[in-house]
Write a protein that binds this ligand. Structure first.
Ligand code: ATP
Length: 252
């Protein structure tokens, strides 16, 4: 059974048909990149899976269970984690405290008990930081970190929830080419180790064609093609869709 099945999703905003019957599947341990020109419907699809937007039609199944229309928090409870285009951490708290707070949230302790974070599962928080290569910086405030390191802390916070599926919205936005490949190599390794599926939107073709297992191409709200990076790069329809958009399909 696929980890995630998206079946015939549709969403219109007024007269704009943002997503028009999109279907795809994602397996555990796999990285699926959702790409397409501006306005293709990537964010809308992403938000339909995460529960931020209600679909007009179609279904989202997680491990065979229908999660269509559930609120974001309920989708999260079912095992769907999320990272954001602009990493979200508490700047004045230490790296370790940030992960401890994510563990608190996962363990269903209310956020207002944040003062207890210091005492909450410090060894587990440290182990998560080791997984993302941030244990040495555990005691630094997040405000003192380089942006690439903040993204690693955000990843550790998402992993605190032990998600079966991780949604990553433009994970490498604002990062230098070497940094973004390193981050996504880390995500790939963790996805394999944890059998966690990763659905990500991405504009950097070096990341998409270097690290995704499969690529889904959206154009004007429809799924134009889906396949391995090589199949997508060789697909004449995809190349035509990108012509004139100012985006290059080749890896940098
Ligand atoms: N809340 C909204 N209200 C009205 N129109 C919307 C809304 N969200 C998206 N749209 C429209 O739906 C279409 C798809 O937008 P979407 O943001 O999903 O595309 P995208 O592929 O993520 O684009 P980009 O790469 O520019 O972020 C666009 O025409 C957009 O203007």
């Amino acid at each position: 059974m696929s980890l995630l099945q998206v079946q015939g999703l549709r969403k219109s905003f007024g007269g704009v048909q943002a997503v028009q019957g999109v279907s795809f599947a994602l397996q555990a341990g796999e990285l699926l990149a959702l790409i397409g020109p501006n306005g293709a419907g990537k964010s809308t699809t992403f938000n339909l899976v995460g529960g931020q937007i209600l679909p007009d039609a179609g279904r989202v199944l997680l491990q065979g269970q229908d999660i269509t229309g559930l609120a974001p928090r309920a989708v999260w409870r079912r095992g769907v984690g999320r990272t954001f285009q602009i990493a979200q951490t508490f700047a004045s708290f230490t790296v370790l405290q940030n992960v401890q707070m994510a563990l608190l949230s996962h363990d269903r302790h209310a956020w207002r008990w944040w003062r207890r974070a210091d005492a909450h599962r410090p060894q587990d928080a440290l182990a998560l930081l080791e997984q993302v290569g941030m244990a040495a910086q555990a005691q630094r405030p997040c405000s003192a970190l380089a942006y690439g390191d903040v993204k690693r802390v955000e990843l550790a916070m998402a992993l605190a929830h032990a998600p079966a599926l991780l949604l990553m919205d433009e994970p490498t936005a604002g990062m230098a080419p070497a940094e973004r490949l390193a981050l996504m190599q880390l995500v790939q390794r963790i996805a394999r180790e944890r059998h966690m599926g990763v659905l990500f939107t991405e504009h950097s073709m070096d990341v998409v064609f270097g690290l995704a297992d499969r690529v889904a191409v959206l154009v004007r709200g429809q799924l134009l093609a889906e396949g391995t990076p090589q199949q997508i790069q060789d697909d004449a329809r995809v190349q035509a869709a990108y012509l004139g958009t100012g985006l290059a399909l080749e890896s940098a």
